[in-house]
Design a protein around this ligand. Structure first.
Ligand SMILES: Cc1cc2nc3c(=O)[nH]c(=O)nc-3n(C[C@H](O)[C@H](O)[C@H](O)COP(=O)(O)O)c2cc1C
Length: 355
């Protein structure tokens, strides 16, 4: 059997294969509440055969949104709206997963399809929150967080995790990548604090590790808890793979089960060598050196490429984003390409090759 189609069990949760749908912001709701778009978007990838379907970055607080159209999980009614989505995904053979996030200094912008520029107060924008008053690119400078703010934000992540559990999700991912709040604590490029949350590597890791510990304490022990990191900032003097190995090892000790290995996002000036599987080598290093299961993501588009990543022990699973938008049925097509006889949705069985 191809590795890609081997079941993947972490703690008490079994995915039928090692293909994950990567979280992707849809900017498709005015109030953070999931609607028909989310059901179709996520549901069709479950029908398409993915093992894990992950809901986009869902904001743990209003200030944690990137845009006014982000999905949210800071109220019970937002979580209740996600519940049928989680049930549909599970009912169609995929593990329902959700990413919880705070956008930090990259918050308060228009959606990309409306230009992505800063939102000012008269347009519904707000002052963003970050470790230091250092702006991201041309966005307005954020307000540096004080220790009381950190406690509030940690509890926002905890409450979001509890809501995700009540909504029926079986995998939770904490977003610590792409220059958003928790990544901006890790990177010396965005964190220039002089208190115990800035400076040394230990200090920069402190707040993200506190969030991980607090979330782990409420997320059920038998359910996997993932963390998405940016393994490098792609900038000299920034966060790098060696620090990511150290951080991943510390996350493992806090009870994190899987590292979802992405990169970049803290500085728009970074030169990222984008190409097929460009982040996979860093996932492999974290898996090898920190001894924690990893998910590889980033320009994985071809079933043979995906199988190679797994068969050579570089990752435990692969995650696809844009390719899944191009083809919601990618897993079913991949099975055909790799000669694997996987179950098709019963209602689609007459379309299965050879049926
Ligand atoms: C439309 C879109 C929205 C995205 N939103 C998120 C998100 O909510 N959370 C996240 O961690 N990454 C997000 N990403 C990044 C993807 O999850 C993925 O890591 C990245 O696109 C690289 O994978 P790919 O080459 O398969 O697209 C987004 C990407 C796209 C294209």
């Amino acid at each position: 059997m191809a590795k890609l189609f081997e079941p993947w069990t972490v703690k008490g949760v079994k995915a039928k294969n090692r293909i994950c749908m990567s979280p992707m912001c849809q900017y498709a709701t005015p109030d953070g509440v999931a609607g028909a778009w989310h059901m179709v978007h996520l549901g069709s990838r479950a029908v398409g055969g993915a093992g894990v379907v992950m809901v986009e970055a869902s904001a743990v607080s209003p200030e944690g949104r990137i845009t006014l159209m982000d999905l949210g999980i800071w109220t019970d009614s937002q979580a209740e709206a996600l519940s049928p989505v989680a049930a549909f995904v599970a009912g169609n053979g995929a593990v329902p997963a959700i990413q919880i996030a705070h956008a930090g200094r990259k918050a308060s912008t228009a959606p990309p399809f409306e230009g992505g520029g800063p939102l000012f107060p008269g347009e519904g924008g707000w002052t963003t929150e970050a470790p230091s008053a250092l702006p991201f690119g041309t966005l307005p400078p954020p307000r540096p967080l004080d220790p009381a703010d950190l406690g509030r934000i940690r509890e926002d992540f905890v409450a979001a995790a509890e809501r995700a559990r009540h909504a029926g999700f079986k995998i939770l991912e904490i977003h610590m990548a792409h220059g958003y709040l928790l990544h901006s604590f890790l990177s010396p490029l965005s964190n220039q604090r002089t208190d115990r949350y800035g400076g040394s590597l230990d200090n920069r890791m402190r707040f993200p590790l506190e969030v991980a510990r607090a979330v782990r304490s409420v997320w059920p022990e038998e359910y996997p808890l993932w963390v998405r990191i940016s393994a490098t900032d792609w900038i000299d003097g920034g966060w790098d793979p060696a620090q990511s190995v150290e951080f991943s090892g510390r996350l493992l000790k806090e009870g994190i089960d899987v590292i979802d290995c992405s990169s970049g996002g803290v500085d728009p000036a970074a030169k990222i060598p984008v190409g097929p599987g460009y982040q996979t080598g860093m996932a492999a290093r974290i898996r090898r050196e920190a001894g924690i299961p990893v998910v590889a993501v980033g320009m994985i588009t071809d079933p043979v490429q995906a199988e190679h990543i797994l068969a050579t022990g570089q990752a435990d699973a692969v995650s696809l984003a844009r390719e899944m938008l191009r083809d919601p049925y990618w897993p079913l097509h991949a099975a055909n390409r790799l000669g694997q006889d996987v179950a098709w949705p019963v209602r689609y069985q007459r379309a299965k090759p050879g049926a």
